[in-house]
Design a protein around this ligand. Structure first.
Ligand code: GRG
Length: 303
């Protein structure tokens, strides 16, 4: 069945996203030092980007994966917060002049524009470290001890995944790269953290190995589709709509799916990847309505 004609279960995704974003914001607020805690500048800078209005997709995926595995969202919450801290750190660093050099993110001035480059680098570093501090506070899951949880996050954020993607992205600027090199970048720069988010949700629910494999398959495909849609939005939406500078990829001569295969083929690939993600959810026998709705939304999103 095509993604367009697929009948979605009766699931109120907007309500789910809004309520989970509220819960995640509350939890993040309680995990982070207050903005008055000395040295106040760094805590203000961390909070500035963390609470700048991100969509909280990765935490939502983490919590939805926990629910699909019959778990309790409260057990997944520290892990949902940890991935959001890592995601926000990566955006702060990505926006720096030495990287993508952007002035706007999440509809606001970027961290370095407000706090200066030095503090922005440190705010990113502190959020990365904060992620591990938060994750280490999760309760012990019988099948997945703290060691597994920390390894999971470290691997997704490390030099073989998130950082590797960013390195290849930087080195690919202005060069002709192939579709398979572009897939390498997307797998690491974007898919790795989305995949890690759903895997952590499953682990917090003490999921069975087959469920973890299904979540990995789901997260991988949703992650690739997510980045293709991001590339499409970069050329089809305005900066106001995106909350960040539109058209940056073309200006920086970045390789993207629309640049390599065109817009329509890119949309087709994103739909195909989303179908693969849906297929991975079969094992959950109807208990993955939130994950399914999230994958459908990520394909159709306009910001
Ligand atoms: C270590 C110096 C140093 C830098 C690391 C790894 C890295 C910098 C950057 C990669 C981050 C990046 C821009 C990945 C692309 C993923 C992506 C499309 C992010 C946007 O995600 P959304 O749409 O954003 O979920 P919001 O703002 O809603 O959270």
């Amino acid at each position: 069945m095509s993604v367009k004609t697929r009948k979605m279960p009766d699931f109120d995704l907007q309500k789910f996203l809004a309520s989970r974003a509220r819960n995640v914001n509350q939890a993040l607020d309680s995990f982070l030092p207050s903005s008055q805690t000395k040295p106040a500048t760094i805590h203000r800078a961390m909070r500035y980007s963390l609470f700048a209005g991100g969509k909280r997709i990765r935490p939502a995926l983490c919590l939805a994966a926990a629910a699909a595995c019959g778990g309790n969202e409260a057990d997944a919450m520290p892990l949902a917060c940890a991935v959001e801290c890592i995601h926000t750190y990566s955006l702060i660093h990505d926006d720096l002049p030495a990287m993508d050099n952007d002035d706007y993110r999440r509809g606001k001035l970027t961290n370095h524009k407000v706090f200066g480059e030095g503090i922005a680098i440190l705010a990113g570093d502190a959020l990365l470290t904060q992620a591990f501090e938060i994750a280490a506070q999760c309760r012990a899951f019988p099948r997945y001890p703290h060691r597994d949880i920390i390894l999971e996050i470290a691997r997704a954020a490390g030099s073989l995944q998130l950082i590797a993607g960013q390195v290849a992205d930087l080195e690919g600027e202005g060069k002709r790269i192939s579709a398979s090199q572009l897939k390498y970048i997307h797998e690491r720069k974007t898919s790795a953290l989305l995949c890690c988010s759903v895997r952590l949700g499953g682990m917090s629910a003490n999921c069975a190995p087959a469920q973890l494999r299904a979540l990995t398959d789901f997260g991988y495909h949703v992650g690739l589709a997510f980045q293709i849609i991001d590339d499409i939005l970069d050329v089809t939406q305005t900066s106001e709509q995106l909350g960040k500078t539109a058209g940056k990829d073309t200006a920086a001569q970045k390789a993207t799916y629309p640049a390599i295969v065109g817009l329509e083929k890119s949309r087709e690939i994103a739909r195909h990847l989303t179908r693969r993600a849906f297929a991975a959810l079969k094992i959950f026998k109807g208990r993955a309505a939130a994950l399914e709705a999230l994958a459908a939304y990520l394909l159709k999103r306009d910001k």
